[in-house]
Ligand binder design. Sequence first.
Ligand code: 5GP
Length: 185
Amino acid sequence: MTEPRVLISREQIAYRVAAIGADITRDFAGESIIFVGVLKGAAIFLSDLSRQVHLDASFDFIGVSSYGNRPSPAQELKNGWDSTGEVRLLKDVDQPMRGKNIILVEDILDTGLTLTFLKKMFLAHQPKALKIAALLDKPSRRKQPIKGDYIGFQIPDEFVVGYGLDYAERYRNLPDICVLPRENG
Ligand code: 5GP
C-alpha cells in the first residue's frame, strides 16, 4: 500500500481549530458549555478545539455505529464509503443535557446520517443550545440536509485518515489529514 498523501497539514489544522475556538468563545461568552465528542474519530479534534475555547466547559463522549453488515475496510476504501442509513447508539452521555449548551464534536460530516440521528436524539433532551462542530465536511456526499455550525474544511469525496480518522483502526495518530488512495484497496 502506498503512503497516505497529505491533504491538510498540521499547521493548517491548527490555524482553523484556533479560529473555530475563537468563534465558539465569542458565541457563548459568559456561558458554560459541554463538548460532546463522537468516539473515536473526534477525540483529537475535541482535545485541540477545547483548549482554544476560553469558557467554563466540560467533556462528554458518545459512541455510535452503523447497523448492518459493513463490507471489509478494504472494500469500503475501494468502492467508497457508504452507511447503511441506520445508526445505533453504543455509548450514551454521562450527564444530563437538559438546559445545557451542547457542542457536538464530530470528525467528518459525510452523508450526514450520523449527525442527523444525534441531533434528533440530543434535541429530545431539550438543551438550551445545540451546535455541531465538524473538522471536515464532504458536502457532495450528503444524504440528509444537515449543516455544521462550525466547520474546519470542506473536502472533496476522498477517503481521509489522520488527526483521529482511521482506516481499520490505523492512522488515527497521523498529525496531518491525509488521503488514502482508493485504488490501493
Ligand atoms: P456520516 O456519513 O454519517 O456523515 O459519517 C459517518 C462516519 O463515517 C464519520 O463519523 C466517520 O467516522 C466516517 N467517515 C466518513 N468519511 C470518512 C473518511 O473519509 N475517512 C474516514 N476515516 N472515516 C470517514
